[in-house]
Ligand binder design. Structure first.
Ligand code: BGC
Length: 386
């Protein structure tokens, strides 16, 4: 309306003489300046971060925003909007090609959906030498040459979840045997440090330890409560270029329940990658204690390094029951600055924070215990702001 008035003034060629036209012109300018100011403030509100759970608002100084490549979410919902999966299907087809090669080269026909067993027998004791009988029981006739040059490390972060761990291993070991993968080791990384659980630290300390000792060519970071349910979900990096593989995109919690992909940004659960990629990402963040956030932080690490993940179409898992864990109320605040910290928080500072205490060899697994180097005050849950 103001613009129309201004145009009609202009057409009537009285613009310089008419006071009214000058007034309209000033009004338009005023509105434009006002809009500019509002949009400036809106941007800074936009960059502030509201934690939905308990309404804490985090503000990020504007000068940091310029340095940060990945835009930080306004709310957790916006974080979940980010795209972390590679475009195009070509890489995923490689996984299928690998299954086909297994069938032609090694005459292995893998079934898709599997019946999992949720009740391991009583004598299935992880730390007992007697469990070697299970290896003989599950052992298939021969390994497949396709996996010969790959050394696989399956790293399971752990504390107080004996039941889940037994259930996982009772299904995982025959699962690998059916895929004729032999050149693997399962590492249980147990947090001995008391206080809050820190999965990122356990993964980092284990990774550095393994790179100094067994030097795997493929690593799979595995939650203790996720049991693979599709036999064609190959536990291998052979189909990967430099893209990690998010293997556990479809999960169900109830034995009769349907599968859900919790949100498309998720890279938690079971994640496979080549060691070079993990080093490039600087591993996981060491700063997430208790439940939640360390995997979303990893998602942001992928984005900032321009690494996308692939999701095999066979990634189906059962999530075993366990008691509810303490959530980390600090996680959104940490996520807010995740990519700024990426190059200084991870593999390259884990040696100052945690160390391997002992390593025990059992028939089914290598058990590694981990201690924190000193009391770290970042694990202390901050008081709620009022
Ligand atoms: C947490 C993640 C978790 C995901 C799925 C998110 O809110 O930050 O750590 O994996 O929920 O449960």
């Amino acid at each position: 309306m103001a613009i129309q008035r201004y145009r009609s003034c202009y057409r009537s060629r009285k613009i310089t003489s008419s006071k009214r036209c000058t007034l309209w012109l000033s009004f338009i300018l005023f509105v434009l300046v006002l809009l500019l100011i509002i949009s400036y403030f809106q941007t800074s509100i936009y960059q502030s971060f509201q934690e939905l759970d308990d309404s804490i608002i985090y503000k990020k100084p504007w000068y940091l925003l310029h340095k940060q490549k990945v835009l930080v979410p306004v709310s957790i919902n916006r974080l979940y909007d980010y795209r972390v999966v590679c475009d195009g299907q070509s890489e995923i087809l490689n996984q299928t090609e690998l299954v086909n090669r297994l069938s032609t080269v090694c005459k292995i026909n893998l079934n898709g959906s599997l019946n999992i067993n949720l009740n391991p027998p009583n004598d299935f004791q992880l730390r007992s030498s007697l469990t070697s009988k299970y290896i003989n029981l599950w052992r298939a006739s021969n390994s497949c040459s396709i996996f010969e040059n790959e050394t696989l490390a399956i790293i399971i972060s752990y504390r107080d979840r004996e039941k889940n761990l037994k259930m996982l291993l009772y299904n995982l070991i025959p699962f690998l045997e059916r895929q004729r993968i032999r050149n693997y080791k399962i590492f249980i990384i147990e947090q001995q440090a008391s206080g809050s659980f820190n999965k990122g630290r356990l993964y980092n300390v284990a990774f550095n330890h393994l790179m100094r000792t067994s030097k795997p060519t493929c690593v799979i970071f595995h939650d203790v409560d996720l049991i693979p349910e599709n036999g064609q979900n190959l536990y291998s990096c052979l189909s990967l270029t430099h893209h990690p593989l998010h293997m556990s995109a479809n999960i169900h919690f109830d034995i009769n329940g349907s599968y859900t992909t919790i949100y498309s940004f998720l890279v938690g659960g079971v994640l496979a990658m080549r060691p070079e990629t993990f080093i490039r990402l600087n591993g996981y963040s060491n700063r997430y204690f208790n439940w939640g956030g360390e995997d979303d932080d990893m998602g942001l690490r992928f984005l900032s390094k321009d690494i996308c993940v692939q999701r095999p179409t066979t990634g189906y898992y059962y999530a075993a029951f366990h008691s509810i864990q303490t959530r980390n109320p600090n996680r959104f605040k940490l996520l807010f600055d995740a990519t700024l910290r990426q190059d200084s928080d991870g593999l390259n500072n884990i040696d100052q924070l945690a160390s391997v205490k002992h390593q025990y060899e059992y028939p089914l697994v290598t058990w590694i215990t981990v201690e924190w180097i000193e009391q770290d005050y970042s694990s202390v849950v901050p008081k709620k702001q009022t």
